[in-house]
Ligand binder design. Structure first.
Ligand SMILES: Cc1cc2nc3c(=O)[nH]c(=O)nc-3n(C[C@H](O)[C@H](O)[C@H](O)COP(=O)(O)OP(=O)(O)OC[C@H]3O[C@@H](n4cnc5c(N)ncnc54)[C@H](O)[C@@H]3O)c2cc1C
Length: 232
């Protein structure tokens, strides 16, 4: 196996370019580019030095206060981790419950635990503006200005489909996901797996789909994607 570090981009069927070097595949190409943190369209937010999930894992000093925009699984787990390190954390969630589409009871239970642990949870909240000045974030939420030393944004993910040359193989680069068949085939000599196929953004789903794609690439019968575990 040859490992190449760089940004890969399809330039046509079975052809990938990485930093000026072109690779032609005899059998095909597997797309597995995952997602990146999304920036929600909140007035002022994009101009501030907010943290994503990647930034928060690189810190070596703790802020005294942290606002977390987004109370889904990623925002919730990072919020609780920082709170347990002693940071005063406020989770701001637009939906009526934490944890997104899971059962509302689960979201309420987690919110209760967070409050018991000293965190502030604002659900059903609307943020109208975010500003950063003099080392401090100000978040306008439902008519009040909240201030934080740091701000983590965990409000959705963007699939990495926009810059991988999908148009060169007849696929839509602006789509939310790539459509695949039960063998993870996205086209002639093209397979796609993981978050970008839109069947549950979980590590185990990506691994499960990779086994199906490998079996398909090798021409062997593998487990069909239609029997994949449902989203949990
Ligand atoms: C903070 C956080 C916590 C999570 N916790 C859990 C959990 O507890 N359990 C769980 O099941 N899931 C969890 N997930 C989701 C899980 O990480 C994803 O579902 C999983 O990583 C998706 O795998 P993937 O194979 O689609 O791609 P990824 O793991 O996203 O990997 C894609 C790779 O492709 C690279 N790449 C992108 N574009 C290109 C390009 N053009 N050229 C070359 N390389 C490129 C990226 O840099 C990345 O390394 C979590 C996600 C986050 C962000």
């Amino acid at each position: 196996v040859r490992f190449v570090r760089g940004h890969g981009r399809l330039t046509g069927p079975r052809t990938v370019e990485v930093d000026g070097e072109t690779f032609e595949a005899a059998t095909g190409v597997v797309l597995n580019t995952g997602t990146r943190p999304a920036t929600p369209p909140i007035d002022g937010l994009a101009d501030t030095p907010f943290w994503t999930n990647r930034d928060v894992l690189r810190i070596d000093t703790l802020p005294s206060t942290l606002g977390v925009i987004g109370g889904g699984p990623i925002g919730a787990e990072l919020a609780q981790a920082l709170a347990r390190f002693g940071v005063r954390v406020t989770v701001i969630e637009a939906a009526p419950h934490l944890l997104g589409p899971v059962e509302p009871e689960a979201g309420s239970l987690v919110a209760d635990v967070f409050v018991r642990e000293g965190m502030t949870v604002l659900d059903g909240a609307t943020i109208s503006r975010v500003a950063y000045d003099d080392g401090q974030f100000t978040v306008a939420v439902d008519g009040q200005d909240l201030t934080f030393e740091k701000l983590l944004v965990a409000a959705g993910r963007t699939p990495n489909l926009d810059d991988i040359g999908l148009d060169t193989v007849g696929l839509d680069p602006s789509g939310r996901s790539i459509e695949v068949d039960e063998r993870m085939r996205a086209g002639d000599g093209l397979w796609a797996i993981g978050d970008i196929v839109g069947h549950g953004a979980f590590t185990h789903m990506s691994m499960y789909q990779s086994a199906i794609a490998v079996a398909s690439i090798l021409g062997k019968d593998g487990p069909a994607a239609t029997t994949a575990p449902s989203r949990t």
